[in-house]
Design a binder for this molecule. Structure first.
Ligand code: HPA
Length: 367
């Protein structure tokens, strides 16, 4: 197998020059650069990244631990991470922690033992062991989607990237209230996740600004999954005073809610108006078309890589939380007529100025 020294000899340059050309570490004259690349081609040289890692203590790899990879929301995040990693010359090792704290700690340990330069993690609802492990071993990491609890004083221990959750959920509720609904239900996600907390806070805020009472019977738990959301929706429609409108707090729960309504012979939006958090490729194909909040999922992945690389370059910089805005995609499952919604521009949520309205959420920066 050809070595770097073989390439240098064949191109008539030093090994250092070959290294600079291949790693882009210093500018090299165009004809010298070409001579090196020709020699690489001629000899079929491939760099030995293991050997390089031994010298640099860097593997130019990122570990990504994300559960529910088959969920389109997370698949798009993954696409953003992968494309951005590749663009910066990093490879990716992916693990699925199955939203289980113990499994999560294990896969993160495996990724760390592989000596990834840093980690991107969508943490489970109970990431205590994970955080302890990362802290003990000083592993650079960025959290995405689900935020860590912010310490009473100071900033979270890790950089974080997520979408706004509270404001867009409130928007779905106020939209339904403006259409005349007085009993609006929420099918909420898995307890313990910051996204669940924030969407519940947004739901309550939307009710409050619409002058509607917060009836706890209308807040049910779909556990972020289709089957649980189906059960929760069935319970809702069986209430003595059922809701007339429903907000499903993620894409999987929207599917569950739709199943429950269909099985009961209820149609959307005539019997039940429906708005959902998460847009997805088929949301436009349902009949009626689904009114949804679209998360910037791919961008979350892209930004997570950017923040991680900045952390690797400057380990001591203060941590920060990026919150990316969502878009309100107005279709017809809310009950609005097709003619009205077709002519509208998508509505981008501005990042909110008064984040304290939603408790712990912080204003985002896209610096
Ligand atoms: N978080 C945020 N959005 C989502 C999720 C989640 O876990 N699942 C589907 N959409």
């Amino acid at each position: 197998m050809a070595t770097m020294a073989d390439v240098a000899r064949s191109a008539g340059v030093s090994v250092a020059t070959v290294s600079h050309v291949l790693n882009g570490t210093r500018p090299v004259l165009p004809h010298t650069r070409q001579a090196v690349l020709d020699a690489v081609d001629r000899l079929g040289y491939t760099p030995n990244t293991l050997a390089r890692s031994l010298v640099t203590s860097r593997t130019r790899s990122i570990g990504l631990a994300v559960s529910a990879i088959s969920n389109p929301y997370f698949t798009e995040i993954l696409q953003g991470v992968e494309a951005s990693a590749l663009e910066h010359g990093y490879s990716l090792i992916i693990a699925d922690p199955h939203d289980d704290p113990e499994h999560e700690r294990k896969v993160v340990q495996l990724l760390h033992e592989r000596r990834v330069d840093g980690l991107i993690v969508a943490p489970s609802a109970n990431p205590r062991e994970l955080v302890a492990y990362l802290g003990r071993h000083g592993v650079p990491a960025v959290f995405l989607d689900r935020l860590l609890d912010t310490p009473a004083e100071g900033t979270p221990a890790y950089d974080q990237v997520c979408a706004e959750s509270a404001e867009p959920t409130a928007r779905l509720v106020t939209h339904l209230a403006e259409l005349g609904h007085r009993r609006i239900a929420l099918v909420a996600g898995r307890p313990g996740l910051s996204t669940t907390r924030e969407r519940i806070a947004g739901y309550r805020h939307g009710l409050a600004v619409s002058g509607l009472p917060d009836d706890e019977r209308l807040l049910v738990h779909g556990n972020s999954e289709s089957a649980d959301a189906e059960r929760a929706t069935t319970a809702l429609v069986s209430l003595a005073a059922p809701p007339t409108a429903l907000v499903a707090a993620n894409n999987a729960m929207t599917i569950g809610a739709l199943r429950a309504l269909r099985d009961r012979g209820l149609s959307v939006p005539e019997d039940m108006a429906l708005c959902c958090f998460d847009d997805f490729a088929w949301a436009d194909l349902f009949s009626p078309r689904l009114t949804a909040v679209a998360q910037p999922s791919r961008e979350i992945g892209t930004q997570a890589v950017r923040v991680l690389l900045e952390r690797l370059a400057s380990p001591d910089r203060p941590t920060r939380t990026l919150r990316l805005p969502c878009t309100f995609v107005h279709r017809t499952s809310c009950g609005c007529p097709e003619e009205t919604v077709r002519s509208e521009q998508p509505e981008k949520f501005e990042k909110h100025d008064k984040p304290e309205r939603f408790g712990k959420s912080e204003k985002g920066t896209l610096s």
